[in-house]
Design a protein around this ligand. Structure first.
Ligand code: ZN
Length: 657
């Protein structure tokens, strides 16, 4: 493992806490050391309190902070002596431990200190670093793990048998450290959990971490014939195999089991695919996670294949077998979070794209650990009683709850055409705000890949083949389609009928009518599999109920597409799909309207451009954002009983009313 310490970079961070921030970020930058909020670090320093008295302070990582992006305020400052004294208590409940730690903070607004704070306080070193390194887990998660650790590090490692994180682990570490530590001690290895290193400075602790993990990596090459640095997370991405319809079917079943719509994201990658295709997959992947900390993201093991009912009944039995030790504990939803299927590869489930990505990252590292441990004679996970204890541990559940409540459309997938600009863009943005994953389809995408919840695909709605390919790619990414918004459209020529050019007529109908027919055709199989029922919203026009002179092709195409939507509402009701139409008028902030054109039209009526934009009964301007919000709202729960409806959004028009 490469040592990334750079003296010039480190010098940019001031003081012992600054150096600790820098050293923590280096650990966080290496996913084979810590993943998504895992691991923790600390540094001890002498400060002066408000009375001017000296006080020894333990700065320890705050819960909820990620080492990769931690800031000085991510460390909780604790009175060191008081925290060390806590370790002398015979026992301490989790809730009381959190309370006692908070009582000893020097800053009332600091985050909750890490649950391993007492452990950090007890270690007699200024700087302490703790990781869940893959290479160390590969060694400890074997039948003869302890012997392997001794063989590699001799008496320079303090070995601590597995104990659940929290007060009991802090006690166990203190006991083992006193018993085993000597002048050569470089690390403390926690079986099935991770590694601690320490020093008089963060730089020393970090250097030791890299040294011991490099030794473990070399050991795995020699003894297991496995180069764990060839990590699955960096393996070559592939195009997805298997059928998108199979994936959507699996997502439907999984969501029903979870009791809510879930995304089912695929990670098509060389290592993940070959792991999922192993003939001994069921046997080696059903033993448990690499470290119990992963269980809140991945459940105790993945679903192998697609028999969700079997997985659920196994989960119920696991809960039944273990719940008696935890009076009053409520069973979590029994849906798998990781799926390994020989055809579909690695899939991860969650209500947010980010959750799915975290579970995927964790599982890719689990593959590294399992394959390396197999090379040492066999991967061994902890017994289920230990896994259950962590999964149903109040502090772990609090960690998940902290990741936020769910917005209205979390776990759902919306497909929007015309998503690069205007009304389509506004719809895509509104869906993202409501928590949905969005497949945006347009001729030219806007090329903004910053949001993982938005997948932009380039396709022509008038070309069935290209549209179908984009729909499939969208499903492969997020698992299905719940909502379809037909927003792609063109205005065409405003010529009167006598002057209509044939090509104008054809192009306008082709995009505004055939494009929607193609879209409905391509998405219907997926809409029928939407766990909460499919929803279609077609952007019509005020021209449908209230046509004007000119723009006959546009008016005719919007009237025809409204009729298409009404027929779809009739045909698809039995599939649980609702189809509604929205008729906007005068949305002037889209590409169709330039300021010049608005001024020209306004002049025709002898009014200002601003008056022209608000030329409706309510005197209000309609923006594309208003349409986006209405479309998102009509995709929500309130509208589940409505189909075939046509809703005007025009500020009120006497011709429509
Ligand atoms: Zn840990």
């Amino acid at each position: 493992m490469k040592n990334l310490w750079n003296a010039d970079e480190a010098a940019k961070f001031s003081g012992a806490l600054g150096e600790c921030v820098y050293g923590s970020r280096l650990l966080g930058a290496e996913s084979s050391l810590v993943l998504h909020g895992g691991g923790n670090t600390s540094v001890k320093a002498s400060e002066t309190d408000i009375h001017g008295d000296p006080v020894d302070v333990l700065y320890v990582k705050g819960s909820g902070w990620d080492l990769a992006t931690i800031e000085p305020q991510g460390f909780a400052p604790l009175r060191l002596d008081a925290v060390k004294r806590l370790a002398e208590l015979p026992s301490l409940s989790d809730t009381e431990m959190v309370n006692q730690l908070r009582l000893n903070l020097l800053d009332a607004s600091a985050p909750n200190p890490s649950v391993e704070a007492i452990l950090h306080a007890s270690l007699p070193f200024i700087a302490v670093q703790h990781t869940h390194a893959d290479a160390a887990l590969a060694l400890t998660n074997t039948n003869d793990g302890e012997q392997r650790v001794r063989e590699l590090w001799g008496t320079s490692a303090v070995i601590v048998p597995y104990v659940m994180p929290g007060f009991d682990l802090a006690k166990a570490c203190a006991v083992e450290f006193d018993r085993q530590a000597n002048g050569d001690t470089v690390a403390m290895v926690l079986m099935n959990h991770g590694v601690f290193t320490f020093g008089q400075t963060t730089e020393q602790a970090y250097n030791k971490m890299i040294e011991v993990i490099t030794e473990a990596e070399d050991y795995l090459i020699q003894r297991a014939g496995v180069d764990i640095k060839r990590s699955a997370i960096a393996a070559k991405p592939l195009s997805a195999g298997g059928s998108a319809l199979d994936q959507a079917t699996l997502r439907n079943e999984l969501s029903r089991t979870a009791g809510r719509s879930m995304l089912l994201v695929r990670t098509p990658n060389e290592r993940a695919n070959s792991f999922a295709a192993r003939s001994d997959l069921r046997e080696i992947a059903s033993r448990g996670p690499a470290t119990p900390d992963h269980i809140i993201r991945t459940k105790q093991f993945p679903l192998i294949g697609r028999d969700i009912q079997e997985f659920v009944s196994n989960y119920h039995s696991y809960f039944e077998r273990n719940q008696s030790r935890f009076p009053g504990v409520q069973e979590l939803d029994p849906a798998p979070r990781v799926v390994l299927d020989p055809d579909l590869g690695l899939l991860t489930a969650g209500t947010k794209v980010r959750e799915c990505e975290i579970a995927s990252d964790i599982y890719l590292h689990t593959i590294d650990v399992i394959e390396a441990s197999e090379g040492l004679g066999g991967f061994v996970a902890l017994p289920e009683t230990d896994l259950f204890e962590v999964e149903y541990w109040e502090l772990e559940q609090a960690k998940l709850a902290k990741s936020g409540g769910s917005p209205a459309l979390a776990g759902e997938v919306a497909l929007v055409t015309g998503s690069a600009s205007g009304i389509g863009r506004a719809c895509a943005d509104a869906f993202v705000r409501q928590g949905a994953a969005v497949i945006g389809i347009d001729l030219n995408t806007s090329g903004d890949p910053a949001n993982p919840s938005l997948l932009e695909l380039s396709a022509d709605v008038t070309d069935r083949e290209s549209l179908t390919a984009a729909v499939q790619a969208g499903v492969e990414r997020f698992g299905g389609i719940d909502i379809v918004v037909a927003a792609a459209g063109i205005f065409g020529s405003s010529n009167e009928i006598a002057e209509i050019v044939e090509t104008d007529w054809e192009t306008t109908l082709s995009v505004n009518l055939n494009g929607v027919s193609n879209l409905l055709h391509a998405t219907h199989p997926f809409l029928t599999l939407a766990p909460a029922g499919g929803r279609v919203l077609i952007i019509g026009s005020k021209n449908v109920p209230a046509p004007g002179k000119g723009a006959a092709a546009y008016s005719a195409s919007k009237a025809a597409v409204t009729q298409l939507g009404r027929v779809a509402a009739l045909e698809w009701a039995e599939d649980g799909i609702v189809v509604n139409m929205i008729h906007p008028d005068g949305v002037f902030d889209t590409g169709l309207w330039s300021q010049e054109l608005v001024e020209q039209r306004a002049a025709n009526y002898g009014i200002t451009a601003d008056e022209y934009k608000r030329r409706n009964l309510l005197g209000k301007e309609i923006t594309s954002n208003d349409i986006g919000e209405l479309v998102a709202a009509m995709s929500g729960d309130l509208f589940r009983q409505i189909t075939g409806a046509q809703i005007p959004i025009d500020g009120g028009s006497d011709r429509v009313i």
